[in-house]
Write a protein that binds this ligand. Sequence first.
Ligand code: IPE
Ligand code: IPE
Ligand code: MG
Length: 236
Amino acid sequence: MAVKENNIPRHIAIIMDGNGRWAKKRGLPRTAGHAAGAEAFRRTANYCRTLGVEYLTVYAFSTENWKRSEEEVAGIMRLLGKYLEEALADMEKNRVRFKFFGDLSRLSPQLQKLCYDAQNRSADYDVQVNFCLNYGGRDEIVKASAAFARDVAEGKHQPEDLTEELLSSYLYSKDVPDPELIIRPSGEKRTSNFLLWQSAYSEYVFLNVLWPDFQPKDLDEAISEYCRRNRRFGGV
Ligand code: IPE
Ligand code: IPE
Ligand code: MG
């Protein structure tokens, strides 16, 4: 690929969007699009490992996605369960460290158990995948604020202690560097409540490909575009 190795972002985040449109184009149910999206995720996670990306954060289900039909939500949850069962069986081979960002309490007890098992059993592996499930950027900040307020009420902190670093430590992403690159396929150009805090200085790349069609070459294209950007962080 055209990208120098030392320019590979340490942390890439992806809004895995376009599954429904992919299915519609083929006259298939939306769930078939989500199944194809799960395959695209496997491909992309493997490719990220070959490239040496340290963290991959993927948006799998948002706090707003509950608005969809019961049938679609159930289909997505079923696929997530199937994916996690397979990931647990293949853990040794893939060596992915799983983390989950989001409020898992709304998921079924079975799915929650799969998430915790995947997280616990993969803790020593090297490439970290942050799976955003029932995740919302605003919800994350609200929950972090509430947790800080509780610590103030318990005398563990003073209100004046609050800094950007301290608030960051209450987020799902504590211990994870901010993503240098956020990719949104499917042609939509918005954040849809993804990583609102962490994306303050991320580079966004929007691609016209639908997520189930996403290939390693699309990741190469996004990284090449990222490498052409001039990141200034407010300086000159
Ligand atoms: C993304 O694909 C998957 C989820 C949000 C769960 P969509 O289902 O949003 O696909 P489109 O945007 O309708 O094509
Ligand atoms: C964002 O996609 C959420 C995920 C990809 C999981 P949506 O399809 O839900 O976003 P909108 O509705 O187009 O903004
Ligand atoms: Mg969508």
